[in-house]
Design a binder for this molecule. Structure first.
Ligand SMILES: [Zn+2]
Ligand SMILES: [Zn+2]
Length: 306
């Protein structure tokens, strides 16, 4: 995508292109590439009615590239809107990894002049992820995913946020969509992105149409991309397979992930009312559940027994 020759596709622009957009084939210079990404994010936010005047928007900020780019773009496109942005970083309690990424998150928020809070697994669950991994049989990413979502939701609720924005890009969304299909998880397909049942701060994903490569390039050209250590817990097995498969398909057939998501959104609309689609309140903690005790209470209960 980098190292292109010739001129930028924008009328009258003589700058050299730095990227060819997979979807449209446009070749864009640094300035027009930046504008194009920001414009598509703005369309997603405005078209989806994601943010309203007066809202507090909590932004999940891990310190990694996707969430850093998200915070950067949101603070730009919402600059003149009466909206308060609060960055929220979750400290899962992962030795030798989290300290550095929290430091990165702090400095990004400070540079952008955005309020920033750090919330930890330990505060909410009484244990670090490192401790839970030793107590529970499932993959660390499964434990982390369940608890991180809850910690973010709780933090967003505590600050009175109307929306919780996360840095999921097109690749993440396409991987999750395909995983749900491969798992035959109709309930999860139906639930993705449905309006909350009164128990959640609705989540928004403003980068959902931007390919990961463009998110990375945006971070590089805006000079906000800092390579950070990888999480020591390896990724979910199915997700890595699906990631490899989708990137091969995307390489051979440009636009595969965009088409997958368009089809997935239509499928979701069709199965929206099916069994297992709804959310209820957990009888133990009052948090969101798909029926009975929620996954957070299940995990923590199981950890306590072992
Ligand atoms: Zn240009
Ligand atoms: Zn619960």
């Amino acid at each position: 995508m980098a190292g292109e020759t010739g001129r930028c596709s924008c009328p009258g622009c003589t700058e050299p292109p730095i990227a060819v957009l997979r979807g449209s084939g446009e070749r864009l210079c640094t300035r027009h590439f930046t504008a194009s990404v920001e414009c598509r994010v703005r369309e997603t936010v405005e078209g989806g009615g994601m943010v309203r005047d007066g809202d507090i928007v909590a932004v999940g900020l891990s310190g990694g590239k996707d969430s850093t780019v998200l915070l950067h773009i949101l603070s730009r496109i919402l600059l003149d809107c009466p909206v308060r942005i609060v960055a929220v970083t979750v400290d899962e309690g992962i030795a030798g990894y989290r300290k550095e990424t929290i430091r990165a998150a702090r400095s990004i928020a400070a540079v952008l002049g955005v309020e920033h809070i750090v919330v930890s697994f330990e505060e909410l669950c009484g244990r670090t992820l490192d401790a839970l991994v030793g107590e529970l049989p499932m993959h660390p990413c499964t434990i982390c995913g369940v608890l991180r979502r809850r910690v973010l939701q709780t933090a967003a609720g505590n600050i009175g946020a109307a929306r919780l924005a996360t840095g999921h890009c097109l690749d993440d969304e396409a991987q999750s969509a395909l995983m749900n299909v491969l798992n035959g998880d109709l309930g999860r397909i139906a639930r993705t992105g449905i309006p909350d049942a009164g128990v959640l701060v609705p989540r928004i994903k403003p980068l959902r149409s931007i390919p990961e490569k463009e998110v990375t390039l945006y971070g590089i050209v805006q000079e906000i991309y800092t390579p950070l250590p990888e999480c020591p817990y390896a990724g979910e097995a199915l997700r890595s397979d699906v990631r490899g498969f989708l990137s091969t398909l995307e390489y051979r057939r440009a636009g595969t992930m965009t088409r997958l998501m368009a089809g997935y959104d239509r499928l979701r609309a069709r199965v929206g009312g099916c069994a297992g689609a709804g959310r209820v309140s957990c009888p133990e903690c009052g948090g969101p559940s798909t029926g009975g005790r929620c996954r957070v209470c299940e995990l923590l209960g199981q950890a306590g027994r072992r």
